[in-house]
Design a protein around this ligand. Structure first.
Ligand SMILES: *Cc1c(COP(=O)(O)O)cnc(C)c1O
Length: 419
C-alpha cells in the first residue's frame, strides 16, 4: 500500500522516488500485496461455495503477474488466442483457462479447443458451427446476455439490448434447439455485464435470470458471473460491497443448487478489481506552462501510455511524489502527444515544479495493456514489488522494438516509374 511518512511516499517501505531514479521514467509499478488483498477479499466472500477466480488478464498481462495469480490458485479469463498462449506460458493448466472471445474467427476457437481450454460461446451461429464440428465430444459454456443494466460508462456496459456481447436470454429457445439438434454438452452458463456494477442487487437480478435458464441444461459444472466489480477512483467513490454480495449471492446460489440437484461451481472473472489499485504510473514533469486560461503541467508521457482518461473519461488520482507538502495549486496535467492529450483538468496538486515526479493511481488495470507506440514512443518499463523487493518485469522498449518488423524497399523500385 502507498504510504506517506516524512514527506516520502513508499510502497512496501521502498521510497517511490528511489524506484523512479533506478528504473527511469515513465514507469509502471505494481504492488503485489494489494493484488493479494483483493484476491483474498473476493475468495473469502465466497468461502461457503466451490468458488473459482478466473483472473481477466486483458487488464494486466505481464507473465510475472499471471504466474503470481496462478500460484495463489487463480485460473485465467482470456479473450484472444494470444492471451490463451500467454496463460499456458505462465503455467496455467488448459482446463483452468476460459476463452471468452467475441467476433473471432471459428479457426481461432478451434485452436483454443486444440489447446484444451474451456470454451465460452457468445453467438448462435458460432454455437451451431461448434455443434456441427464437435457435437458432444467437446463441451462448451454459453454466454447469456440477461439484459440487466450495470452502472458506469456506456462504453463499459455490455448488458444493454444493443450490446454485441452474449446470446440474448430471449433467444433461449433457439439456443436449446441448437444444443439438442447437435447433442451438445453445455458445461457452464456465463454472464458478464460490463464494468462498474455498483450494488449486489444488479448481480442478483442477473443471477436469477441465469438460474432460471440453467434448469434447461443438465450437464452444467459451473456458473460464471463474469465481473464488473467497482473499485474506488476518487476519495469518496462508492464501491461494490464484496462481503455483502458474497452473503447474498451465496444464499441464492445455494438455493439454486438445491433446486438444480447438484452443487455447481461458481466462477468470477475480475480484472480491474484485482489489479487496478495495485498499479502506479510514474511520469516526470517536463514543463510548467502558464497560458492565459490555465497552468499546464506537461509530462513525459501521454495517451500512448495511459489512454483511459482520453478514451473513457476515466478519473485517475494524481500525487506529486517530489513535493508532497507543496502549496496546492490548480493544474491541467497533459501529455506530450501531438493532439489533445489530457490526463486531468483543473486538478488541485501540491505545487508542481519542472522535473517533479507525478504518480497516477489506479493504473494497474488497462494501463500498460492498452499502451501503444503512437508518436514512435517506447512503451514504459514495468516493476513488480513483492515481499518488500522490487523486480523489473518488463524492460523499457528501445528503437530496436520500434524498428523490429519494418522493412524498407529499394529506392530504385520507388523511383522506377519516374522516367
Ligand atoms: C473484460 C472482461 C472481464 C473483466 O472486466 P473487469 O471490469 O476488468 O473486471 C471479465 N470477463 C470478460 C468476458 C471480459 O471481457
Amino acid at each position: 500500500m502507498l504510504e506517506l511518512h516524512d514527506n516520502t511516499y513508499t510502497l512496501q517501505h521502498i521510497p517511490i522516488a528511489d524506484l523512479a531514479e533506478r528504473y527511469g521514467l515513465p514507469l509502471y509499478i505494481y504492488d503485489a500485496d494489494t493484488m493479494k488483498r483483493q484476491y483474498d477479499n473476493l475468495t473469502n466472500a465466497f468461502s461457503g461455495l466451490k468458488m473459482k477466480v478466473k483472473y481477466a488478464c486483458k487488464a494486466l498481462n505481464n507473465l510475472a503477474i499471471l504466474s503470481m495469480f496462478r500460484a495463489w490458485g487463480s485460473g485465467l479469463d482470456t479473450v484472444s488466442i494470444q492471451e490463451v498462449e500467454l496463460g499456458l506460458r505462465a503455467g496455467f493448466a488448459p482446463q483452468d483457462i476460459i476463452f471468452t472471445p467475441n467476433c473471432v474467427s471459428f479457426e481461432e476457437i478451434q485452436q483454443a479447443v486444440a489447446l484444451g481450454v474451456v470454451i465460452n460461446i457468445d453467438n448462435l451461429s458460432v454455437l451451431e458451427k461448434f455443434g456441427n464440428t464437435y457435437s458432444g465430444s467437446y463441451p462448451c459454456c454459453v454466454r447469456i446476455n440477461p439484459h440487466i443494466l450495470a452502472g458506469g460508462n456506456y462504453h463499459l456496459q455490455t448488458g444493454h439490448i444493443d450490446s454485441k456481447f452474449g446470446i440474448s436470454v430471449y433467444q433461449l429457445r433457439h439456443l436449446l434447439r441448437i444444443v439438442k439438434t447437435y447433442s451438445m454438452k453445455i458445461n457452464g452458463l456465463h454472464m458478464h455485464s460490463g464494468s462498474d456494477i455498483l450494488d449486489a442487487g444488479v448481480f442478483l437480478q442477473g443471477a436469477e435470470i441465469i438460474f432460471d435458464a440453467a434448469k434447461n441444461f443438465p450437464d452444467l459444472q459451473f456458473i460464471d458471473f463474469g465481473s464488473g466489480f467497482k473499485v474506488p477512483y476518487k476519495d469518496d467513490d462508492v464501491v461494490t460491497d464484496i462481503p455483502d454480495l458474497g452473503r447474498k449471492l451465496t444464499e441464492s446460489f445455494r438455493e439454486f443448487c438445491a433446486d438444480y440437484g447438484r452443487e455447481l461451481e461458481i466462477w468470477f472473472e475480475p480484472g480491474k478489481y484485482l489489479v487496478s489499485e495495485s498499479g502506479y504510473f510514474l511520469v516526470k514533469t517536463n514543463v510548467i506552462k502558464q497560458t492565459v486560461s490555465t497552468v499546464f503541467a506537461g509530462v513525459d508521457s501521454g495517451q500512448n501510455h495511459l489512454i483511459r482518461p482520453m478514451f473513457y473519461d476515466a478519473y485517475h488520482r494524481i500525487i506529486n511524489i517530489s513535493n508532497p507538502s507543496g502549496t496546492p495549486r490548480v493544474y491541467s496535467v497533459v501529455g506530450y502527444i501531438c493532439e489533445t492529450d489530457t490526463f486531468a483538468w483543473d486538478r488541485r496538486l501540491p505545487e508542481v515544479r519542472e522535473e517533479d515526479t507525478l504518480c497516477f493511481l489506479n493504473a494497474g488495470a488497462y494501463g500498460f495493456t492498452m499502451s501503444s507506440n503512437y508518436n514512435s514512443r517506447f512503451r514504459p518499463a514495468e516493476v513488480l514489488i513483492v515481499n518488500g523487493q522490487d523486480h523489473l518485469i518488463r524492460k523499457r522498449e528501445t528503437m530496436e522494438d520500434i524498428l523490429r518488423n519494418q522493412l524498407t524497399i529499394d529506392e530504385k523500385i520507388v523511383f522506377a516509374g519516374d522516367k
